[in-house]
Design a protein around this ligand. Structure first.
Ligand SMILES: NC(=O)c1ccc[n+]([C@@H]2O[C@H](COP(=O)([O-])OP(=O)(O)OC[C@H]3O[C@@H](n4cnc5c(N)ncnc54)[C@H](O)[C@@H]3O)[C@@H](O)[C@H]2O)c1
Length: 536
């Protein structure tokens, strides 16, 4: 089929390249001239696994790029709208880009067009797009607007698109449903997977996907409700992590036990710095706003947002607890992207934390495998430098902060890290390490929803964080309030100098979910040394 995709960002570009990959003739339009020039020159502007491969396979043949939406519309039977829908100051979705594209489509209409909303939009947008097209001269009967929300995740966007759990199509005619079914048929019926050059199917993906046909309003709500639900799970487990810290339990154990219930499942039950990225924050806010406009106060979502914001503040309090004062401290930061495997820093918790630390006059040496170029634009500040690798960032730093769950950060050489750091302090916002392992390496280790491990000062008192008392067990509250915490005393030895090789349950879950599983059956709980039970 002849397809136009308007918008060549994380969604549009993946959709365009994937449609070409499953046999369609695709023209991808974007009003960003530089981006289109780069794409025409074979440069892929985002970090996404398999994307360069499928673009280069089809570029110039089944896949072309243009700066003219109208040209793309004239050449196509189906037009996907995949432009951004950012948040307005009032928390609603800004639909001005969508409206602009609807206008362009209306003005270029030269025969029947199926107009497909692929951007995430609030309920009723389908009707608004229809109206905008009529107002701009598109003849009634010459087009139909269909809602087809996208569920891909950055980092696994290509395989998510080619091997989806479901394809949701909200439409009001059989003609539209049939056209959409035809477009997606190779990925719904699994025939794509059998092609010899197919991008490999992830183990956890379904052999046959569901095609879910609904009304347009239901399709729009499916997307907002899905993202709000996932965000709620993240906030839920983070709230439980806070309770774990207060009572001396281990969130990794708790999440494993909770997630083992088939009714619950283990996905999106990882405590950390909270959700970020270009979707969850804006979609939760837009869903809350649209519900309110329609007459329903979705207070649950207020709390989801509040917990998410608090999570970053709680981590900053831990940094303060670990380092006492912040002004002038040099911090090594691993991770700037909002999650691993992407270069996207939009609404990144890591970037928010770095900004807060810079505002406290810390200096930062940061490293991220893919997001540094974008971060340099966002964090243009003389107190931040960018390192070539994790160990370069650690050199003479007062503490190491792990802020993004890149797999590369799950297997650091801990002995080397300790030798490079000025103070042996690690603050891990992603629970990538086993606290006991960190203790064994003589590192003070603060993570999320688990007991802080505080190494005992050894030879050189000046190189250690001041402590409040001389007791062997340092009760440092993870919340920074000086009481109620449960710390594990370690003997300050350096570990055995070997690469660690032992991952926390969270790191194992990362690997498992990358491979399709999500089990977290590692035994990673912080076992108190010297027989001290943390509750005593
Ligand atoms: N990023 C994700 O993981 C993801 C997942 C599912 C759904 N979505 C939704 O998909 C939509 C797009 O998200 P994204 O992350 O790809 O955004 P993006 O910002 O990466 O890309 C949007 C693109 O649209 C282009 N654009 C804007 N106005 C245009 C116009 N009038 N004409 C032509 N091009 C125009 C921009 O130049 C940009 O390249 C959003 O609604 C988002 O919520 C995103």
């Amino acid at each position: 089929m002849k397809i136009a995709v308007v918008g060549s960002g994380y969604v549009g570009l993946v959709a365009a390249a994937s449609f070409a990959e499953i046999g369609h003739q695709v023209i991808c339009a974007d009003n960003d001239l530089q981006k289109v020039a780069a794409l025409q020159a074979g440069i892929v502007p985002i970090h996404e696994k398999f994307l360069p491969e499928i673009i280069s396979r089809h570029c110039g043949e089944r896949l072309t790029f243009t700066t003219s939406t109208q040209e793309a519309v004239r050449a196509s039977e189906v037009v996907f709208i995949a432009v951004g829908t950012p948040t307005t100051e009032a928390g609603a979705a800004d639909l001005s880009h969508v409206e602009c594209v609807a206008r362009d489509i209306a003005r270029a209409i030269n025969g029947f067009k199926l107009v497909v909303e692929k951007s995430t939009v609030p309920v009723y947008t389908n009707e608004w797009v229809h109206r905008a097209m009529l107002l701009n001269g598109a003849p009634e009967g010459q087009f139909e607007v269909v809602s087809n929300p996208e569920f891909l995740r950055e980092g696994t966007a290509v395989t998510d698109f080619l091997y989806p759990d479901r394809v949701v199509v909200g439409c009001s005619s059989e003609r539209a449903a049939q056209m959409m079914c035809e477009i997606y048929s190779p990925v719904i019926d699994g025939t794509y997977a059998n092609e010899p050059t197919a991008i490999p199917r992830p183990e956890e993906s379904l052999l046959v996907s569901q095609f879910i046909q609904t009304s347009a309003r239901s399709a729009e709500l499916i997307k907002h409700a899905s993202n709000a639900f996932l965000a709620m799970r993240v906030s839920f487990i983070n709230a439980v992590a806070n309770v774990c810290e207060l009572v001396g339990a281990d969130i990794e154990e708790v999440a494993r036990g909770v997630g083992a219930d088939k009714r619950i499942g283990s996905r999106f039950l990882r405590a950390g710095l909270g959700y970020g990225g270009s979707c969850f924050p804006k979609d939760v806010s837009a869903f809350k706003t649209v519900a309110q406009e329609c007459g329903y106060e979705f207070r649950l979502l207020d709390e989801v947002i509040r917990i998410n914001e608090d999570q970053r503040q709680a981590f900053l309090r831990k940094v303060r607890t670990a380092l006492w004062t912040l002004k002038g401290k040099r911090l090594a930061v691993l991770g700037l992207a909002f999650k691993g495997d992407t270069d996207d820093i939009r609404e990144s918790p890591a970037v928010a934390i770095v900004k807060a630390l810079l505002a406290q006059e810390c200096s930062i040496a940061a490293y991220d495998p893919a997001a540094m170029e974008r971060a340099k634009v966002e964090l243009a500040c003389e107190n931040i430098s960018y390192a070539d690798g994790p160990y370069e960032a650690m050199h003479q730093a007062d503490a190491l902060l792990i802020l993004t769950d890149w797999e590369e950060f799950t297997s650091l050489d801990l002995a080397r890290a300790k030798s490079l750091l000025r103070y042996p302090i690690v603050l891990d916002g992603r629970n990538l390490y086993d606290p006991e392992l960190m203790a064994g390496h003589g590192l003070s280790y603060y993570s999320v929803g688990r007991t802080a491990v505080v190494s005992k000062p050894v030879a050189d008192p000046e190189s250690q964080v001041p402590v409040q008392n001389g007791n062997d067990i340092q009760a440092i509250s993870p919340n920074g309030n000086g009481h109620n915490g449960h710390a594990v005393h370690t003997n300050g030895h350096n570990g055995n100098g070997h690469h660690n090789g032992s991952l926390s349950a969270a790191a194992k879950a990362m690997k498992a979910s990358a491979n399709g599983g999500a089990s977290t059956n590692g035994s990673n709980h912080a076992i108190p040394k010297n027989g001290n039970h943390p509750r005593k």
